[in-house]
Write a protein that binds this ligand. Sequence first.
Ligand code: ZN
Length: 173
Amino acid sequence: MSSSGILNRKVLVLNQSYEPLMVINAKRAIILVIKDKVEMLEKYAESIRSVKTKFDLPSVVKLNFYVHLKYKDIVLNRNNLLKRDNQECQYCGETKKPLTIDHVIPRNKGGQDTWENLVAACAKCNTKKGDFLLKNINMKLLKKPRKPSKIFHLQSYVNKNQDNWKRYLFMEG
Ligand SMILES: [Zn+2]
């Protein structure tokens, strides 16, 4: 991996209280480490070398001070909807791309663009449903669509490189 790739690695930031706050890139996290704003709790296997020094590549950092953050809503967009729905059609469970976004209550029946009314749907289910209401067409949602929590959003960043995030994001049994 190139060094610029490494510097874009995701780093989980925890509040001083260990509350998960956000994800930043490694470049920003290293600056925070150097400025002594954060403590490095977990690191990636790779490290960053310059001519003179070698830096650990942070994976999870904890702030050395407590921040009171106003909760920022997760932006409602296609990408975040698909993340929330685990890239699965919410009618049949299909994961084949491309997935579409379906209005559960169709727009022409007053359905809004909200977390509760938008779901991922495969093209087939979207076409089948058309402008019907679910009760009129014998289709069901796999789960009730909700606004995702911040923790859920942070969890969606975790892949094979972020195994050591799980204990901080309540993902361990
Ligand atoms: Zn489907």
